[in-house]
Design a protein around this ligand. Structure first.
Ligand code: SAH
Ligand code: F3S
Length: 480
């Protein structure tokens, strides 16, 4: 079984408050990582000013946009199916325009327009501000494309319109792109060089969210720990910065501290961390502030030193263990989750056993687990043969998933008979008499509604659990 990130949110169409003078309708769907969901809020904000209100009904739309993911072949196949569906609707309503945004737009570029003729508009992740121009080209009957990657675009000046929100938790993007060049990964090619967003604009967004009633933010980036602001420019150009710029540079732990202090009652989460960049000062800052949530998503991808090297992950298994030991020492209550890939090229049975034994050491709370999918243009595709047979990949993935299931159960059970702090986010999927929310450690908890409401922070006495959900009763309001 292959798991996907944000499984229950994939493809959700998004709605925002309506502007009465807007007379065109936008249907926008997002697939893939949280960054895509966050980017769609920027796109909706840009188009809101261009006269578009969003709609949840595909058939009503003047413009259909799909924010796409290229991370695995399966992700692209899902998008293609959606494009077929849009084109079926377009045959009935030929005025409707269809556009592809995000990683697939960047990877396939004009192919989508020329060879496949399935869309009117192709826009890469750094070109959303050009949407108004591109749309006027489309209106004049021409195909439009902009897939230029930028060295400085962070959309820091655009206030995202919050879409399909529970009004409680929101994403705040802090970096764009990735410089890591993991050999299996298409992201550095589709999202360009890593750049950080001005901390001032991040703080403004955080304060604005608090004023609008939000109670939790997630700072987003492909590799948040390498956040670095020194007055602008790319991460890779930091060496050329002046002494003053270097002395006043803001790193990730500083940024997190600035946010934690600016809104001491707001919960702060972050994703994703890369083991080679997660420094002790980040863990220490997490320990210092109660409002920074005690959960680290720490993808490792493999437990074998040889495979880690082939993947260009710049740490060893031993260094990863040292990091885990430090997290457990400084933050004993912290939950740790992972991403894992089964069947990377040349992976042997012994390498796979190393992955299982690494998991045994850490006993992760949860994880996202995948079979290796070769991506065109990546370093692995160019240098290595995809030589692990599909059935072997699947069997290894199954073993990884089974082991994770056992660990999740052990970890979740540890909370039974304790009291946990839960931020109420929504009604439970199973019962309309119950609320659902998450603990600081990112574990879902459900409990009877009583007089509590969405957005309340409550102490919940846990008396039972399933493998991933705590079941309990709220006993009082909690304070951060
Ligand atoms: N740093 C990013 C990682 C994005 S990709 C972040 O913000 O989460 C998410 C996960 O997809 C990776 O950690 C990896 O486990 C998986 N992945 C990436 N490329 C893959 C590939 N070619 N085949 C299978 N899984 C892949
Ligand atoms: Fe991809 Fe590795 Fe960056 S997984 S997003 S290249 S940290």
């Amino acid at each position: 079984m292959e798991k996907i990130i944000d499984e229950n949110k994939q493809g959700e169409s998004l709605v925002l408050e309506q502007k009465t003078e807007n007379n065109r309708k936008l249907f926008i769907e997002s697939y893939g990582c949280s960054m895509n969901f966050s980017d769609s809020e920027i796109v909706a904000s840009i188009l809101y000013k261009e006269g578009y209100n969003t709609t949840q009904k595909l058939e009503d739309a003047d413009l259909v946009l799909i924010n796409t993911c290229s991370i695995r072949d399966k992700a692209e196949q899902t998008i293609r199916k959606r494009l077929e569906k849009y084109n079926a609707v377009k045959r009935i309503n030929p005025k409707m325009k269809v556009g592809v945004l995000g990683c697939m737009a960047e990877r396939l570029k004009s192919k989508l327009l020329e060879e496949e003729k399935i869309v009117d508009l192709v826009v890469g992740p750094d070109a959303y501000k050009d949407l108004p121009n591109l749309l006027s080209e489309v209106e004049d009957g021409r195909d439009a494309i902009n897939v230029l990657l930028s060295k400085d675009e962070t959309y820091g000046d655009i206030s995202p319109v919050r879409l399909n929100t529970n009004g409680v938790s929101a994403f705040v993007s802090i970096t764009r792109g990735c410089d890591n060049m993991c050999t299996f990964c298409v992201v550095p090619f589709t999202r360009g060089r890593e750049r950080s967003r001005d901390p001032q604009s991040i703080l403004e967004e955080v304060n604005d969210l608090w004023n609008k009633g939000y109670k939790e933010i997630t700072l987003l980036g492909q590799n948040v720990d390498s956040y670095l602001w020194y007055g602008g420019g790319l991460k890779k150009d930091f060496d050329k910065a002046s002494d003053l710029q270097k002395a006043t540079a803001v790193g990730f732990s500083n940024l997190m501290e600035l946010c934690a202090k600016a809104q001491p009652k707001m919960r702060i989460r972050f994703s994703t961390s890369n083991p080679q960049d997660l420094t002790l000062d980040v863990i220490e800052t997490m320990a210092k502030y109660k409002n920074i949530c005690k959960h680290i998503h720490l993808p490792v991808q493999s437990g074998s030193n040889r495979i880690l090297k082939e993947m260009n992950r710049l740490h060893t298994r031993e260094q990863y263990f040292e990091l885990i030991d430090n997290i457990k020492r400084i933050l004993p209550s912290c939950c740790i989750s992972h991403d894992m890939i089964a069947g990377f090229p040349t992976e042997t049975e012994a390498d796979h056993q190393d992955t299982l034994s690494l998991m045994q050491y850490v006993k992760y709370n949860f994880g996202y687990m995948f079979t290796y999918s070769e991506r065109p243009g990546t370093l692995a595709e160019r240098k290595l043969e995809d030589d692990v047979p599909e059935d072997v990949k699947k069997r290894r993935l199954d073993e990884i998933v089974q082991l994770q299931r056992q660990h999740s159960e052990i970890r979740t059970r540890q909370f039974v008979n304790t009291t946990v702090e839960v931020l109420i986010e929504r009604e439970s999927k199973k019962s309309d008499n119950e609320w659902s929310g998450r603990t600081s450690q990112n574990v879902v908890a459900v409990f009877p509604k009583e007089n509590y409401k969405i957005g309340d922070l409550v102490n919940v006495k846990v008396n039972d659990c399933t493998s991933a959900t705590l079941i309990g009763k709220a006993i009082e309001y909690a304070v951060i």
